[in-house]
Design a protein around this ligand. Structure first.
Ligand SMILES: [Zn+2]
Length: 265
C-alpha cells in the first residue's frame, strides 16, 4: 500500500512537472494520472515504470532536439487526444487487468507501449537527424514531415526504443520464467513493437489525408501551405495522425496477445 501511495505521489509530481515544462496540457496530465492509477492497479509499480520510461525518454529526446536548435517550434504540448492515441490501448489493457487479472494483459500492454516508444523515437530522431525520408506507398523520397515516410535513422531509433521497453519488461515481468524465455520475450517484444511502428507508417501513408500545396506543389499533411488552402490528393480526410496512431496501437496490442498465446499461453 505504501509503495502504491508513493508511486502515485511520484506520478502527480511528474504530471505537475510535465505541465510546467509545457510537455502536456492540463487535461493531458489529468488523463496521465488516471491512466497511471489503473496501470498500477493492474501491473503494479513495474507497469508504471514501463510507461514512465516511454514518457521521460520521448520528452528528453524532444528536449535535446530543441536545445540543439534542430526544432523550430517553441512548444509542442501534447493534448489529451495525443495521450489517448498512444496510451488508449495500454489503458484498456490496464482496465482489463484490473477487472480480470491475467498475464495476457501484460503482453498487450508491453507491446503497445513498445510501439508508442518506437513511433515517438522514430519521428523525434528520424525527422530531425535522419536524411530525406522515403515514402512507403509513393516509393520515392519525400519532404520531411509527411506521414507514411521513414528514414534509416528513424527506423534504427525505433528499434532501440522498442528494445528498451522490451528489455525492461522482460526482466521485470518474466524474470521467474528462466533465461531462455526472458531472451525470447526480449527479442519478440522488441520486434513486435518495431513492427507496430512500421505498420503505423504504412497506415499513415495509406489512409491519412495527403495534401499538395497549390502554390509550391509540396506534398504535406497540413491542410494549409504557403498561406493557401492545399488540395487533397490522397487518403481519407477524417483520418488524422492521432487516429492512425490509435489504430496501430490497437494492432500492436493484438500482436502482443498473439505473442502471449504462442510463448506463454
Ligand atoms: Zn507551399
Amino acid at each position: 500500500m505504501l509503495t502504491f501511495i508513493l508511486a502515485m505521489l511520484c506520478l502527480l509530481v511528474v504530471a505537475g512537472l510535465a505541465v510546467s515544462k509545457r510537455w502536456l496540457t492540463v487535461w493531458a496530465a489529468i488523463g496521465m494520472v488516471i491512466m497511471g492509477f489503473f496501470i498500477q492497479c493492474a501491473f503494479a509499480v513495474q507497469g508504471l515504470l514501463v510507461i514512465f520510461v516511454f514518457f521521460i525518454s520521448s520528452n528528453l529526446i524532444s528536449l535535446i532536439n530543441k536545445r540543439a536548435g534542430k526544432k523550430k517550434t517553441s512548444s509542442e504540448q501534447r493534448t489529451l487526444y495525443q495521450v489517448l492515441a498512444n496510451g488508449g490501448v495500454p489503458l484498456l489493457a490496464a482496465l482489463g487487468g484490473c477487472l480480470w487479472p491475467h498475464p495476457l494483459w501484460i503482453a498487450i500492454y508491453v507491446v503497445s507501449v513498445a510501439e508508442a516508444t518506437a513511433d515517438t523515437w522514430a519521428s523525434e530522431i528520424g525527422s530531425i537527424r535522419g536524411g530525406t525520408p522515403y515514402h512507403l506507398i509513393l516509393r520515392r523520397p519525400v519532404p520531411k514531415g509527411l506521414s507514411g515516410a521513414m528514414t534509416w535513422t528513424g527506423s534504427i531509433a525505433a528499434l532501440i526504443g522498442s528494445s528498451l521497453i522490451a528489455l525492461l519488461s522482460s526482466l521485470m515481468f518474466y524474470s521467474d520464467q528462466g533465461l531462455t524465455l526472458i531472451l525470447v520475450s526480449f527479442i519478440c517484444l522488441s520486434v513486435l513493437g518495431w513492427l507496430g511502428q512500421f505498420i503505423d507508417t504504412l497506415l499513415g501513408g495509406l489512409l491519412q489525408a495527403r495534401y499538395q500545396c497549390a502554390v509550391c506543389h509540396t506534398l504535406t499533411d497540413a491542410k494549409d501551405h504557403c498561406e493557401r488552402v492545399s488540395i487533397k490528393v490522397a487518403g481519407v480526410s477524417w483520418m488524422t495522425n492521432n487516429l492512425v496512431n490509435g489504430l496501430s496501437s490497437l494492432l500492436a496490442g493484438c500482436m502482443g496477445s498473439l505473442f502471449f498465446f504462442i510463448n506463454l499461453g
